[in-house]
Design a protein around this ligand. Structure first.
Ligand code: NI
Length: 401
């Protein structure tokens, strides 16, 4: 009897699951996406449904659209507003929030969307109508930009603004599995995923760290312009006594996500100094940098690559040497600097240059797009260490492979 009752209970449970799940087929895992989406260069929060970029219809109401509900046809109606007022969302990250495999199931829905008079398929996340970005091409031009990894809708009748890159969400990290799968995870879950076969970079992606010593200088600006244009990162090992004269350039580098390293106060050979002398070189530079960016330096490079245990212990920071020496300070020649990088570069290299020479800035403008074309992503040294080893240690590095 007991067994019979149990069977009935199980059967009823199964039937109710079937009854409620039938109209709501799960059509995908909705991942917050690492791809940026923009309407007239205003960022809009986007989702990734089975590899397609999608946005919430309710969000479109802030971007110059009327969004209404047509009960008779069970349809979300999206049309351009007559007097559009753009109210771009604040806090739109390039990778939204938590990956949400558990809590953000993407469901098929019996509701459709009327997008500019055309009936279109849509999806349901948390009860919201989600439309595919491509379908917004009814209203303007949809364009994919591979270098900025962003999708753009341009509508001629609405106000435009300047393109501003989306900030990365600092609380999550994209992880990769063989076969092209990606997943955003909370930072404190990284180790658990590493242990079950996920990676911090695509298994086939090549990374390289450009590093610039002895600045800042006026030539740093050209280098920053180039890195910003292509959405790439680099590390700047600054000389402390130059920092105040170029404070706005340092601030801009920091705001663009460049890593700021310590290259001492006035460029001595550290191995000839006393302990107190080494400490002073570190702290004076950190104080100057912190007075501008609010942050101490995160890594250090000793002038002339001259190091010993005292240098490492006094700085108590990762000590970053190099695997490619461009000798740009010696040649001051664009082509020679370009060749020394492009003829030797490998995954995990740390490349030494100096942002105080005009020829180096000219070389960077050639090197950056060529590296991207060859499949490299340009990262800071700490990002390189995180990608290759899961984090950076207090020791000397010549490369990170
Ligand atoms: Ni130097």
């Amino acid at each position: 009897m007991k067994r019979f009752l149990l069977s009935v209970v199980i059967l009823v449970c199964l039937m109710s699951i079937v009854a409620f799940s039938m109209p709501y087929e799960i059509i995908g895992q909705t991942l917050y996406t690492d791809i940026g989406a923009y309407i007239n260069n205003f960022p809009i929060k986007s989702y990734n449904i089975n590899g397609k970029t999608a946005v919430a219809a309710k969000d479109l109401a802030d971007y110059g659209f009327n969004v209404t509900w047509d009960e008779a046809n069970r349809r979300t109606v999206i049309e351009l507003a007559e007097s559009p007022i753009l109210m771009p969302q604040t806090g739109v990250y390039k990778n939204g929030a938590r990956a949400g495999l558990q809590e953000k199931l993407c469901l098929a829905t019996d509701i459709t969307a009327d997008i500019g008079g055309k009936v279109s398929e849509c999806a349901n996340i948390d009860g919201w109508t989600i439309v595919y970005f491509d379908d917004l091409a009814q209203f303007g031009e949809v364009m994919w930009d591979g270098i900025r990894r962003s999708i753009f809708l341009t509508i001629s009748t609405l106000p435009q603004t300047e393109y501003v890159p989306l900030p990365e969400n600092p609380n999550v990290t994209t992880m990769y599995a063989p076969g092209g799968r990606t997943l955003l995870v909370d930072n404190d879950e990284i180790e658990a995923y590493l242990n079950v076969g996920w990676f911090l970079t695509p298994p086939d992606e090549k990374l390289v760290a450009l590093t610039f010593d002895d600045g800042p200088s006026n030539h740093t600006t050209r280098i920053l312009n180039c890195l910003e244009q292509y959405g790439q990162k680099a590390t700047f090992f600054v000389v402390g006594n130059r920092v105040n004269n170029y404070s706005s350039i340092l601030q801009r580098a920091y705001n663009l996500g460049m890593e700021i390293g310590n290259h001492t106060w006035n460029h001595p050979k550290l191995t000839t100094l006393s302990w107190d002398g080494i400490i002073s070189q570190k702290t004076r530079t950190d104080d100057a940098v912190r007075s501008i960016t609010g942050q101490n330096t995160t890594v250090m490079r000793p002038p002339y690559g001259s190091k010993n245990d005292a240098v490492l212990n006094a700085f108590n920071q990762p000590l970053i040497l190099w695997s490619i020496d461009t000798r740009d300070w010696d040649t001051r020649n664009v082509q020679s600097t370009v060749d020394s990088v492009m003829n030797n570069v490998k995954d995990g290299d740390i490349i030494l240059m100096h942002d105080i020479y005009e020829a180096t800035a000219g070389a960077v403008e050639i090197i950056v797009p060529r590296l991207i074309n060859e499949g490299y992503r340009l990262v800071t040294v700490s990002e390189l260490a995180k990608a290759k080893y899961g984090g950076i240690e207090i020791k000397a590095y010549n490369h990170m492979r």
